[in-house]
Write a new protein. Structure first.
Length: 88
């Protein structure tokens, strides 16, 4: 997943038997004016949330891994004061 000032996106991919990653589906969405005001971490979380929702038909009942280039998300579980946009 990834986010910018104007939009968010995600790629659904799977590994073949040799461990090579192959894209299966793509998702992108232009941010609404109110979403453009979100902080960077909120935009990155939104990208994950919307990406998982877009691919839910493929992911439901499956174990999957989320990859992101935003390091601050690693610390999300350690945040004491999460905004509702981060946890909903």
């Amino acid at each position: 997943t990834d986010a910018s000032d104007r939009g968010v996106g995600a790629v659904l991919s799977q590994l073949d038997d040799s461990g090579q990653e192959h894209p299966v589906a793509y998702f992108s969405k232009k941010l609404l004016p109110r979403e453009e005001k979100y902080s960077t971490i909120e935009k990155e979380c939104l990208a994950i949330k919307l990406g998982v929702k877009a691919f839910q038909v493929y992911l439901l009942g499956k174990q999957f891994q989320i990859q992101t280039d935003h390091r601050a998300l690693v610390w999300l579980n350690n945040m004491k004061d999460k905004t509702s946009r981060l946890i909903n």
